[in-house]
Write a protein that binds this ligand. Structure first.
Ligand code: SAH
Length: 369
């Protein structure tokens, strides 16, 4: 057993089996042994590669999209630009470079990053250090979304979250003859972590209505942390103005099934192997997030397929422009990055983009008519 597994086993001995959300929060975020706090997850050498690490065009498109929203907001003299889970800081670096083309925008920006990992904060600091000239952009880091929202009440908010919601803890329930039982992490023997079911069914109000009549054996997933963030964010945008863009892999309607997965060295592995050493993610339920946004007064756009969104924002033209200025040997990489980000069989369809805004704001692009 590694140190984190021992810690979890002790917790289970003391308190009984843990919900998957408790397990996930510890496996990813434990201050000393958690995956995001102790490993270097990204890039070709890390456990997985994300869209901003595939090509600079991804961050550039998002930067231009948010630049357009600044104009839609009437070019306010101060704007909070924020990213949730900025990873290596690549997306924000590319976004800010693209945003430079809009006169006055970078002088208005106050930059905020929400990040739990001290290691990644250092990487972000390094990546974004050149921004200080000539615009005096100095990132402020926050531990949690609620801290960010507290600090950004004096101007509208432009927020970006790429592959952040898929890392948030989920709960799972399995349908039995007498109701839905929560899936838990318990102990088998003295020190083997193993999955088990809560003996008593949960309150039915926890299960999305669309799944109430699912077949026995079905799995329902909920992400209360993600829904709570969207609720807070929606209320914030209603009060202070702004636009948020969420990009993640996931589905656009309710469905049953176990989507929790672990990944290490670019390969899937069982979720209880390599605890704290493997990434854990689950599909984002965009339908649930959309309903939460509406309940809290925000207007939503999408979810659109990532490929459609990027094409609508202009990644095709950007690809062509780059092809004109690079050496021949780089051309193939650019074309393959474009395809990887946009084509349906690659990231183009599984990944989705959804935006939230104040209901009175117009001019948001990328989501069709
Ligand atoms: N957006 C980046 C990284 C995605 S990985 C990219 O696309 O490359 C998820 C990121 O969210 C990491 O930076 C991770 O450290 C951070 N993170 C995960 N859970 C978090 C939480 N609960 N609070 C704050 N940051 C979190």
């Amino acid at each position: 057993m590694n140190a984190l597994e021992k810690h979890l086993a002790n917790l289970i001995r003391a308190q009984g089996p843990l919900s998957l959300s408790h397990f996930m929060a510890e496996a990813l975020g434990h201050p000393q042994y958690g995956y995001y706090t102790s490993q270097t997850p990204f890039g070709r050498k890390g456990d997985f590669i994300t869209a901003p690490e595939i090509s600079q065009m991804f961050g550039e498109m998002i930067g231009l999209w948010q630049a357009n929203n600044w104009l839609n907001l009437g070019s306010p003299a101060k704007i909070h630009l924020a990213e949730l889970g900025p990873g290596r800081g690549t997306l924000m670096q590319d976004a800010l470079r693209a945003m430079k083309i809009v006169p006055g925008l970078l002088d208005a920006v106050e930059l905020h990053l929400v990040e739990i990992s001290p290691k990644l904060r250092l990487e972000q600091q390094e990546k974004l250090k050149d921004l200080k000239q000539p615009h005096k952009i100095q990132p402020q880091w926050h531990d949690q979304v609620s801290d960010l929202l507290q600090a950004t009440q004096d101007a509208p908010l432009l927020l970006i979250a790429n592959e952040f919601f898929d890392a948030l803890p989920i709960r799972q329930f399995e349908k039995g003859p007498d109701g839905w039982h929560e899936r838990l992490v318990g102990l088998e023997g003295d020190d083997n972590l193993s999955l088990c079911l809560a003996p008593i069914p949960c309150d039915i109000s926890l299960i999305p209505e669309a799944l109430h009549s699912a077949d026995p054996g079905s799995i329902a997933e909920i992400c209360p942390v993600g829904e709570n963030i969207v609720a807070e964010l929606s209320r914030h945008i209603i009060r202070h103005g702004g636009v948020a863009l969420l990009i993640d892999y996931g589905h656009d309607r309710y469905g049953s099934g176990d989507t929790l997965q672990a990944m290490k060295d670019h390969k899937f592995c069982p979720i209880l192997d390599h605890v704290g050493k493997a990434d854990l993610t689950a599909h984002v339920n965009f339908q649930a997030l959309k309903e939460t946004a509406h309940k809290n007064g925000a207007k939503t756009y999408g979810p659109a397929h990532q490929g459609d969104f990027l094409n609508a924002v202009g990644i095709g033209a950007r690809t062509e422009a780059l092809l004109k200025v690079v050496q021949d040997e780089q051309k193939e990489d650019i074309i393959s990055a474009y395809k990887r980000l946009t084509e349906a069989e690659q990231m183009g369809r599984l990944f989705k983009a959804m935006a939230l805004s104040h209901p009175n704001l117009t001019g948001i692009i990328g989501f069709g008519a």
